[in-house]
Design a protein around this ligand. Sequence first.
Ligand SMILES: C[S@@+](CC[C@H](N)C(=O)[O-])C[C@H]1O[C@@H](n2cnc3c(N)ncnc32)[C@H](O)[C@@H]1O
Length: 226
Amino acid sequence: MSEEDFPKIELMVSEDGSTTLYRPDLDEHYHSVHGAVQESLHVFINAGLKQINKSKFNLLEVGFGTGLNAYLTLASMNGNSECHYHSLEKYPLPKEYGKAINYPEVYPFQGAREFFDRMHQCAWESEQLIQSGFFLRKIETDFNRFQFDASYDLIYFDAFGPDKQAEMWTPDLFVKLSEATNPGGILTTYSAKGTVRRALAAAGYVVDRLPGPPGKREMIRAIKPV
Ligand SMILES: C[S@@+](CC[C@H](N)C(=O)[O-])C[C@H]1O[C@@H](n2cnc3c(N)ncnc32)[C@H](O)[C@@H]1O
């Protein structure tokens, strides 16, 4: 993507001290301004990752962004499991953003900065080993056109909000996601919008509303029946 096509992005700090990004053209943040790390732990790690009981699993993320969800997933792995993390992104951030983002300092563990930088600097398109048991495949693509070549046990649906990017939340795209979800697979998202719940149910998921992270009343967890 040429520099001209790349949207303007501003770096800022959310209320829990973790960085997030802001897209002025959409008037949209990449994460909750009440706390980026806090939101990601609540919606994706606790409501998603921690509910998976397979020792080897495929995970799809829609919207790699800052790599926060990928980072917290790696940080939450128990050492005995194997995660194949595929993440779609239409606007990969220039590499220097990785250095300015503070997740390894706000949510540290041994070797955190090294792993986070590796996630930002590794090659796109093919699976890369980041840490024992954690394989990352970043895919530069438009989700609206992407053809899946794998099926998934867990989906982090982390597009910009349905009010800002309605084309990412259409019933047809949820059918496409449902077809790529394994029986018993889980999709989590921070949105609890009625149109999203209905589209997920129509696509074949059993949909639950869960309490949302701070600043948000509810979120969605959808499960593909076995
Ligand atoms: C809410 S942010 C995701 C935050 C990210 N999961 C993280 O951990 O930082 C939404 C992301 O979707 C990306 N995006 C926007 N339109 C897209 C499209 N058509 N296909 C794929 N990704 C898209 C944006 O560039 C942005 O990185």
